[in-house]
Design a binder for this molecule. Sequence first.
Ligand code: HDD
Length: 701
Amino acid sequence: MGTHISGDLTRAKLGEETILRGAGGETHQVAEGEVPVLTTQQGVPVADDQNSLKVGARGPTLLEDFHFREKLFHFDHERIPERVVHARGFGAHGFFETYKPLSDLTAADLFQRKGERTPVFVRFSTVAGNKGSPDVARGFAVKFYTRNGNWDLVGNNIPIFFIQDAIKFPDLVHAAKQEPDRGFPQAQTAHDNFWDFISLSPEATHMALWIMSDRTIPRSFRFMEGFGIHTFRLVNAEGRSTYVKFHWKPKLGLQSVVWNEAVKINGADPDYHRRDLWNAIEAGDFPEWELGMQLFDDAFADQFPFDVLDATKIIPEEVLPVRRVGRLVLDRNVDNFFAETEQVAFCTQNIVPGIDFTNDPLLQGRNFSYLDTQLKRLGSPNFTHIPVNAAKVEVNNFQQDGHMAMRNPRGRANYEPNSWGAAGGPRESRERGFRSFAAEEAGPKRRMRAELFADHYSQARQFYISQTETEQTHIKNAFVFELSKVETPAIRARMVSHLRHVDEDLANRVADGLGLADLPPAAEPARPVVKDLAPSPALSILRNPPKAFTGRKVGALVTDGVDAGLLAALQSAVAQAGAMLELVAPKIGGVIASDGRHHPAHQKVNGGPSVLYDAVAVLPSADGAQLLANEATAKDFVSDAYAHAKFIAYADSAKPLFEKAGLTELDEGFVALHGPEDTATFLKACVTLRHWPREAAVQAV
Ligand code: HDD
């Protein structure tokens, strides 16, 4: 008879049967064969996983206990080094589908056939935070498993970068991450070292504008754009090259949260973004992006006022339209986070025939760094053997051995050339093989940058003037917030001296917000600032609102006695809009509606703050409103929804709660639900996502 042990799910063998013992001690029997037998890594069945091998009941543990030693040995080595940047990430599987052949532009196999589906793995990530930090998305890396090998497009949700030359990357990352003496702040840029470096690197000004904008606080992965950033090349079968910049456009449109909301989301649900992606995929509501290309030739590059090899510059969409060439669909969650999301190894140098690099000095440096980092992280040059990294086509070469080798060359030959004929293994193919574009290169060997790289402010200014007033205010507020966390006044002032080239009004408002006595003198520009670049409306999120409320989430605060008719109407209106409704109630067990029907709750009121929803409905019964009026988290629910400019539907019975929360004047962002027909009015209003005019009323400081 098996040893008796308590535990949360323990097994004891009884003759031909297995007993499963639950946490409460209850037992049930399962037939032999139904539950797999626990084994060691060597496949040896384990008889007892609860007790180490000892000399007598109270004696020492024996070194002979191979099962115990193997289990601990493996556990001791569970952690791998986290990524030095982009440590926190979340991934999913899916496919890329080509709309129509692009053979005139590229020989890349995945773009040759209409409707061709290429499997992909995508990992979204945050840049600066460590593995356990909250979700604020940025990285957008896609691995395409093409029929001609793997292509990795390792981008971000912002189309430019901080620095122009990869040699500055370690400095940038050191400055952005926690300060080395104190080990904080984590996952934040609001500290001296970061702004010291940025303010000493004028090339970062454009990126500073982007990261202080709403782009860095996307509502979730599903609502953000992605960019390949660098200029790449497409090369067709005749060897003709076309320059390309890659874009990912989310099908659900762009959406961000507001700053105060982001701070609270990080507390309420640090997994907000990954949960959103996981749930959407589980629900069959597959997130989708279109791949866009900006295509141009040397003539365009020569007349463009900025250098197309400079990763701190964009090409406005209004100047060069984005051609949509296919769609990316994420339709499968991972089976195991570590095996797939953690071990996936993206490398910018993974390209396929038909795609090629340019001389962008940031890209050139990345091509070394990614391969190098995978060796450190995954511990062996054989990281390409891990299933998530392995090509989905045959891999044939003479690379062999090393840690964890899963596949080695077959047969006698492990070198090339050899004279073993067909048995001698793989050979090159002039037709199918990758050949670099034969760009002409000449020049002195020097450490230098191209002339136009020295324009640091013109596009920062263009970005700013392309925003709506609401977005400009957010940018100003973000600068004031971040620089207020900087302890050294000289750094604050230095940053403002750059902003004077972006926009005098912005510089003034930031200086005022910081309480600077005088406006600092403008920084000395390395090249004259081009002040008359036309605004690019495509750069604004609010100028490009979504067409529908699809994929969004409404939170309804309900209590016992909730009006059954209103609730049913709201449920059907939300479903019709392709959105989701969650009930937030005093108890997770749910509520009994006015018709006596029971509705389970999705969240208890203190676990379901309104920051988790795009819009809210407040539908307590009269008694329920009295109860909630004395509940701090219910008051926060409505006052936060108000402060974050959300649309708020309400039943008249909610008024006592509003009053207790200080909401006495209900603006146009409130929609009264007098009858079921009003739910349609509410959902229609929600399409615009936020009632922005309210912001001015809630931001006195
Ligand atoms: Fe990087 C990871 C994106 C510049 C060096 N980077 C990493 C990831 C993303 C980016 C999305 C995470 C990939 C994943 O999910 O595993 N990085 C960018 C973008 C850049 C950029 C869009 C500018 C255009 N990166 C950049 C430079 C260097 C690196 C200039 C070094 C010279 N990046 C790395 C790295 C990482 C990395 C250290 C850390 C983990 C990894 O590679 O796999 O090699």
